[in-house]
Design a protein around this ligand. Structure first.
Ligand SMILES: Cc1cc2nc3c(=O)[nH]c(=O)nc-3n(C[C@H](O)[C@H](O)[C@H](O)COP(=O)(O)OP(=O)(O)OC[C@H]3O[C@@H](n4cnc5c(N)ncnc54)[C@H](O)[C@@H]3O)c2cc1C
Length: 479
């Protein structure tokens, strides 16, 4: 049962994250990036000032310091998903079983190793002197909370064993999970040593500072309103235009309405909450470390602590955006999705008692059919784009920055040859079947998962519908 206070917190969900509010003062002290006015020629225009756009700018500047780069951001850097996420940073080891099925063992291992390179690079940046992005690194844990999750743990262990890397996925008994945090809901887990947590809005701000320091020109409050493609591309904003041979579209969910991308991208949403500080309760449940934790649901719960003793809990079960559009208010404020995040908090961490929830927020996420991001160059033009993080982008946006930089510079290197840039993309069904199908399947999966957690039997219809994406070769869901 959801309490009145929790119901009110869910009703107050909106697009603004707790992280964003926490950085208000820092942002007010940061250098101002004026809107674009007039027309100018540069080498590269990056559209979008989230992690993808900012890491791309940094990668390009590292490789070719003399490049003249301008970045256009519709609002403020970090105001999209990059400033709203759970801040769980991990690569692809915890996706290895499904990656092996999708790509084969060698390519799956390449993807996982690219995630490790990203993790190393993000750590190196986040722990530089003078940078305070609340980086804490105690690994990543997936926990089982229903009987069907036991099979998923077996799948992890057998995959890692078959690949000869059994030391990288450690099976945890309920007692071993309890040594990290005690929860009556947990029946086991898997531990991956690669994993960290971060303050995502502070990370975005730090990346913005670094881009400015390296000489990238950033124009905020400068939406791209039109892109004229040609040998020289023209990116128009309300008060100006940038001309460049290369343009990078790092606009995340907005790419879901792009003609070339829309078949491969659809929009779901994710909901997160932040509690008030609860240091004594965290101590009582023995949660001393800083693991990023997710359960093994399809529409999973993700959670972590903050250094000041709060808990962030999220649920990747928000509504679907019709035709890839992001103007549906339910993507940002939806009572039922917000309540699922709150139930996750109360059921998974009952020792927190009735600790107050200070903020609940929702935001759209960019889903690829196989839940892996992709980075491509548009046919005939030097327009590059990257998206499809599928709710798992804090680590992967670094990979995105490197891949996009390789595409801009025409480099046939390590990054450009990863499956992120080379695999054949599968497509979602066309509209309206896509949204109708996604909504029906989402509803069925939620029914099945809820039934499992309350020891009921899901209906045959729900089970059948929930099994359809797998039968169609899609890895749908979130994160
Ligand atoms: C609630 C939530 C929780 C999540 N939790 C996690 C997590 O714990 N771990 C994890 O790994 N991932 C998580 N993610 C996913 C992760 O946040 C994203 O994958 C990642 O931030 C994507 O970065 P991006 O730069 O591609 O997109 P964004 O951060 O959305 O950046 C895109 C930018 O483009 C700008 N833009 C759009 N259109 C235009 C235009 N026309 N002109 C100019 N600018 C434009 C936007 O304003 C925005 O700033 C979560 C996502 C959400 C929503």
């Amino acid at each position: 049962m959801v309490s009145v206070a929790d119901r009110n917190a869910a009703a107050a969900s909106d697009p603004v994250s707790w992280w964003w509010l926490e950085t208000e003062k820092l942002r007010s002290q940061a250098p101002v990036c004026l809107p674009l006015s007039g027309e100018r020629q540069v080498d590269v225009v990056i559209v979008g000032g989230g992690f993808t756009g900012l890491w791309t700018a940094l990668a390009l500047k590292e490789r070719q310091p003399c490049l003249n780069i301008a970045l256009l951001e519709e609002h403020t850097c970090g105001s999209g998903a990059s400033g709203k996420n759970g801040g769980n940073v991990s690569g692809y080891w915890s996706s290895l079983p499904s990656l092996v099925r999708l790509l084969g063992a060698d390519a799956a291992l390449n993807v996982a190793k690219a995630g490790t390179r990203a993790q190393d690079a993000i750590r190196a940046f986040a722990t530089r002197p003078g940078i305070d992005v609340w980086w804490r690194e105690d690994g990543n844990m997936r926990i089982a909370t229903a009987a069907s999750h036991d099979e998923k743990i077996d799948d992890y262990i057998s995959t890692f064993t078959a690949l000869g890397i059994s030391n990288m996925a450690i099976r945890l008994t309920p007692e071993q999970v309890a040594e990290r945090f005690r929860s009556p809901a947990v029946r086991g887990g898997v531990y991956f040593s690669e994993g960290a947590i971060v303050h995502p809005a502070r990370l975005a701000l730090a990346l913005r500072d670094e881009a400015l320091r390296l000489g990238v020109t950033i124009h905020e409050h400068s939406p791209m309103v039109r892109l004229d493609c040609g040998d020289v591309n023209r990116v128009r904003t309300p008060a100006g235009a940038l001309l460049a041979r290369d343009v990078v579209l790092a606009t995340n969910v907005k790419l879901a309405t792009d003609v070339e991308v829309s078949a491969n991208l659809c929009v779901f949403s994710s909901y997160a909450l932040m509690t008030a500080p609860a240091t004594a309760e965290l101590e009582a449940m023995g949660w001393a470390g800083n693991e990023g934790i997710t359960d093994l649901r399809m529409f999973l719960h993700y959670f972590r602590k903050t250094p000041d003793g709060r808990v962030l809990m999220g649920s990747g079960s928000g509504p679907v955006g019709y035709k890839g559009r992001v103007d549906n208010p339910q993507l940002y404020s939806d009572q039922a999705s917000a309540e699922r995040a709150i139930s996750g908090l109360r059921n998974l961490l009952p020792t927190l008692g009735t600790v107050a929830i200070e903020k609940v927020w929702g935001a759209p996420i960019d889903m690829a059919p196989d839940r892996l991001p992709f980075f491509r160059t548009r046919q005939h033009y030097r327009i590059h784009y990257g998206c499809g993080y599928s709710g798992h982008g804090v680590n992967a946006t670094y990979i995105g920055g490197q891949c996009l930089a390789s595409l801009v510079l025409n480099e046939n290197d390590y990054w450009a040859n990863l499956p992120f840039c080379t695999r054949k993309l599968s497509a979602f069904p066309p509209e309206p079947w896509r949204t109708l199908g996604a909504r029906t399947v989402r509803h069925a999966i939620l029914n099945c998962e809820e039934a499992e957690h309350t020891s009921r039997h899901p209906s045959i219809t729900s089970r059948f519908i929930a099994s359809l994406p797998a039968k169609l070769g899609l890895r749908l869901g979130t994160r």
